[in-house]
Design a protein around this ligand. Structure first.
Ligand SMILES: Cc1ncc(C[n+]2csc(CCOP(=O)(O)OP(=O)(O)O)c2C)c(N)n1
Ligand SMILES: [Mg+2]
Length: 552
């Protein structure tokens, strides 16, 4: 006879077995029973201010830890988290979303609170942004449904949705057997042919370059990437979404390639390559510098988890890892790898204490401030564009929603990333607009004794949009961001207007290891990063120079 457990307990056991030790979320009556089961287990429940915050936190936890989870109530909670789950889907982050639901035995009454449409509405909506959306309506089949969904989440690195009616969570079912990880195998013939074609192209090339993307991180292939690059001696660039997939002070590393938005030296090396080996990228419009990139498919090998294309030939059924392993075996070992300049400033930063803080000088200074124990988390806007030129010292230590580009990711992501790895100290770059969306998760950060340093790049509004189309709709209230510690009763904050004040803030924030620090960096609304300026220039746009909005 198989051992017995309950449906909720089965799910909890699987989470723990898969190294998900924390679940972010907000309770509600449809999910309280499952919250009680989680609290009684070794899982730690991290209550957030909003479900959106829980979603971003679970996404960042997944990026750092391999898998992440959130648990929320029906519809009012679920739809609050939808944007974060959609972002995780777009950017391939394996998030497990668990939602409570009305009990099966109460569904005869149609007008139950939180319900919208019929009892399938929430699941059907999540079907579009997950690789499996299941409702555990029958305890007998629940174990199999859970395992199938988890397998898809792990294999495709995309979110899944699990709906748990409140009267099912305590119902008996079979206990889990130990988790089996059967890796999907490549089609041998297709693999052989793909490796042979790619290897012949690369051997002939005089100026080959590797372009690495985010999937190498998601599928834990960074080690293999380093081996391949060091073996072949090829120079390597990364996409913005894949930033830090390889440590950026590696001698073969060129920098971030992002078409016309990126540094010219990197752009020229990538676009002038006579064979470009693209590995694990999504090649989004942002990665392609808003389509200013000029990549020639006839010189390109594009290998990712869902496709392999060599020039115009498509190969099906080839796993990215097997393809990279095959290349490693078939390419000759380089005599010596050429050392690249990776954009790290040679001169050390000279502080000009009285000068007003600017975006460019801020990020130049940050380049020196960053340490190997930091995880850099950028929200979108100039926080992301400016951070693109930072040099990240270790792997996997730059998180941002660089494709889906939802504002509000960074502060909750700091919660998720540091919960996933307590040894990492998050350095958060967030715009004043993005902070106003989810900054209240500082409260959850404070409650959990975390110590990120949050830099609010306060340019008094939606500057990215000012560069596209300016108008009064881009002005927002100038919050006193540095006063959050007073509101919460924990933390340390200050204002920065000059380079001298920034120095002082960096020292104090660094020393404040016990709680979060928040630095309100005042910037001119029309000041911008090099990337934003490069993009403007390449797109032939005149950068706006409107007068600053009235002080509020
Ligand atoms: C959730 C969400 N809403 C709206 C947008 C559209 N949008 C893109 S950039 C931007 C302004 C960002 O402002 P801020 O966070 O202050 O950064 P800045 O551009 O000023 O550096 C907006 C509103 C978005 N990307 N995400
Ligand atoms: Mg702003």
């Amino acid at each position: 006879m198989p051992q017995r457990t309950t449906v909720g307990q089965y799910l909890i056991n699987r989470l723990l077995e898969l190294n998900v030790n924390h679940v972010f979320g907000v309770p509600g009556d449809y999910v309280l029973g499952f919250f009680d089961q989680m609290v009684a287990s070794p899982l730690k429940v991290i209550g957030t201010c909003t479900e959106l915050g829980a979603g971003f936190a679970a996404d960042a936890y997944a990026r750092v830890n391999g898998l992440g989870a959130l648990c929320i109530t029906y519809c009012v909670g679920g739809f609050n988290a939808l944007n974060a789950v959609a972002g995780a889907y777009a950017e391939k982050s394996p998030v497990i979303m668990i939602s409570g639901a009305p009990g099966m035995n109460e569904r005869k009454r149609p007008l139950l609170h939180h319900k919208v449409g019929d009892f399938n509405t929430q699941r059907l909506i999540f079907e579009k942004v997950t690789v499996a959306a299941i409702a555990l309506e029958n305890p007998a089949t629940a174990p199999e449904q859970i395992d199938e969904a988890l397998e898809k989440c792990i294999a495709q690195k995309r979110p899944i949705y699990i709906e748990l009616p409140r009267d099912i969570t305590g119902q008996p079912c079979d206990a889990p057997l130990p988790w089996r990880t059967d890796r999907i195998k490549s089609d041998e013939d297709a693999l052989k042919e793909a490796v042979a074609e790619a290897s012949a192209m690369l051997r002939k090339a005089k100026r080959p370059v590797v372009l690495a993307g985010v999937e190498l991180h998601r599928f834990a292939l960074q080690g293999l990437l380093v081996k391949l690059v060091e073996h072949s001696g090829y120079p390597i660039a990364a996409t913005l979404l894949g930033k830090s997939v390889m440590r950026e002070n590696h001698p073969q590393y060129l920098g971030i390639y992002e078409g016309g938005m990126g540094r010219d030296d990197v752009r020229i090396r990538v676009e002038k390559a006579d064979c470009l080996l693209i590995l694990g990228t999504l090649l989004t419009d942002i990665d392609l510098g808003v389509f200013t990139a000029k990549l020639d498919p006839s010189k390109t090998i594009d290998a990712a988890s869902e496709h392999i294309a060599i020039k115009h030939h498509q190969y099906n059924g080839v796993q990215l890892k097997d393809f990279m392993d095959g290349l490693l075996k078939s390419l000759p070992k380089a005599k010596a790898a050429r050392t690249q300049s990776n954009g790290k400033p040679e001169k050390s930063f000279q502080v000009r204490p009285k000068n007003p803080a600017t975006v460019r000088r801020f990020f130049e200074r940050m380049n020196e401030f960053l340490d190997k124990d930091h995880v850099v988390i950028s929200d979108i806007g100039d926080s992301l564009f400016g951070a693109a030129d930072l040099v990240i010292h270790k792997q996997t230590e730059f998180l941002s929603p660089a494709f889906y580009t939802s504002m509000g990711f960074a502060v909750p992501a700091a919660l998720g990333a540091q919960t996933g790895n307590r040894r990492l100290r998050p350095i958060v770059f967030v715009g004043d607009g993005a902070f106003q969306m989810t900054g209240q998760e500082l409260s959850t950060i404070a409650r959990n004794g975390l110590n990120p340093i949050v830099f609010v790049l306060n340019n008094k509004g939606y500057s990215t949009e000012r560069f596209i189309n300016d108008g009064p709709y881009n002005d927002i209230l100038n919050w006193q961001f540095h006063l959050w510690p007073q509101l919460l009763g924990i933390g340390w904050g200050c204002e920065v207007r000059t380079e001298g004040e920034l120095e002082e803030a960096l020292t104090r924030a660094n020393e404040n290891e016990k709680s979060f620090s928040i630095v309100n960096v005042h910037l001119d609304p029309y000041d911008c990063s090099r990337a934003m300026e490069r993009l403007g220039l390449r797109m032939g746009k005149q950068l706006p120079n409107r007068k600053a909005p009235a002080k509020s």
